[in-house]
Design a protein around this ligand. Structure first.
Ligand SMILES: NC(=O)c1ccc[n+]([C@@H]2O[C@H](COP(=O)([O-])OP(=O)(O)OC[C@H]3O[C@@H](n4cnc5c(N)ncnc54)[C@H](OP(=O)(O)O)[C@@H]3O)[C@@H](O)[C@H]2O)c1
Length: 329
């Protein structure tokens, strides 16, 4: 038996229960991983509340983990027992599984970790770092000299994205929800910080860009920032929408994008940018490279025991976290 945090019904953080469940054994193509640390992500909240439906309940929540391979099933060649690995429970419709002492994962989804990256760092950086990577290297390849706008800059994805974009030579404007978050964002890649809620985001962006606007906005806040994002873009700029932390983005008219300056909008998802093992490994190699070289730091700011996953969820949805949050089994 092993300890797992599961949901038997959707709802608030109180639906997370610590259960004893049967330990899995790896089938063909699978590996058994003993977790050293487990990543907490905003998507976990959407799955817990039922906003992103899960196929069957009860289910062990969580999409990201890091640890050591304990056993492998038939035909597995990409990892062996003793290897240290991390993973994102991948693919659309993928069943989460990481809030547990152990997970059985497709071996093809595992990323081998170098010694310099410990389990806590790996559990903090894998899903969020691959997201930062595909956003600024795939969805909208950020160029040196460009000024970009990143919402929720002090969050998990935000801190990684801002540091990485600055490393690429971009000038980074970040939005944040409080003065303390502003300080953190400025220490992790942002050149300028705007406190949304208190300031007019688009007006500040325009004044920071000589009235022109930015070529790209990375927006995972959704409902509360959508209009300001469009208003912050320069002519033919791109809105990369990749999350809805404040609620779903409102419907909009296609023609409105023409009126506002022939704008581009994409709604992006990590699974679509890691569709094959070679693509996953190429993105992971870039991520591991910038982290091991120290160009991108992984601030794991909150650690909770696995049994207190509900506390982690309350903090994340209450906007009380910064950077990465992990659970320790
Ligand atoms: N599409 C993809 O491939 C992909 C992959 C990973 C993550 N995501 C998305 O990226 C976003 C960031 O994920 P994360 O795990 O790193 O979370 P996070 O950014 O650490 O936490 C969310 C942050 O959003 C801000 N926020 C604004 N309005 C909010 C509201 N009403 N409720 C809660 N938070 C609000 C808060 O920062 P302030 O207080 O500073 O506003 C909060 O700290 C999420 O929307 C997630 O779903 C998408």
């Amino acid at each position: 038996m092993l300890r797992a945090v599961r949901i038997h019904q959707t709802g608030g953080p109180e639906v997370l229960t610590l259960d004893d469940v049967a330990a899995g054994t790896p089938g063909p193509g699978q590996a058994l991983i003993r977790h050293g640390a487990i990543g907490v992500n905003f998507i976990d909240l959407h799955q817990r509340t039922g906003r992103y439906p899960l196929p069957d309940l009860p289910v062990t929540l969580g999409m990201e983990g890091a640890g050591t391979v304990e056993a492998v099933g038939a035909g597995v060649t990409v990892v062996q027992p003793g290897d240290r690995v991390s993973y994102v429970a991948g693919g659309h419709g993928a069943v989460p599984c990481s809030y547990a002492e152990y997970a059985v994962m497709p071996a093809d989804s595992l990323i081998l970790l170098p010694d310099e990256i410990d389990d806590v760092t790996a559990a903090g950086m894998t899903l969020k770092g691959l997201t930062a990577q595909y956003l600024i290297r795939g969805a909208y390849p950020v160029q040196a000299g460009e000024t970009i706008l990143v919402h929720a800059a002090a969050g998990g994805v935000g801190l990684l994205l801002c540091q990485w974009a600055r490393h690429l030579g971009a000038r980074v404007i970040g939005t944040v929800g409080s003065p303390a978050k502003a300080e953190l964002a400025l220490a992790h890649g942002c050149h300028h910080v705007i406190q949304y809620g208190r300031e007019d985001v688009a007006a500040r962006v325009k004044s920071l860009t000589g009235g022109e606007g930015v070529p790209v906005v990375f927006d995972a806040v959704g409902k509360d920032t959508f209009e300001a994002s469009l208003d912050s873009l320069k002519v033919r700029g791109t809105l990369v929408s990749f999350g809805t932390s404040s609620g779903p983005t409102p419907p909009f008219s296609l023609f409105d994008l023409n009126v506002r300056g022939s704008l581009f909008v994409t709604s992006a998802g990590l699974a679509w940018y890691t569709r094959s093992r070679p693509e996953l490994l190429q993105r992971a190699a870039e991520l591991i490279d910038v982290v091991t070289r120290g160009a991108v730091k992984v601030p794991v700011m909150q650690k909770f025991p696995l049994a207190q996953a509900a506390g982690a969820h309350r903090a994340l949805e209450g906007r009380a976290t910064t950077g990465m949050t992990v659970l320790l089994p």
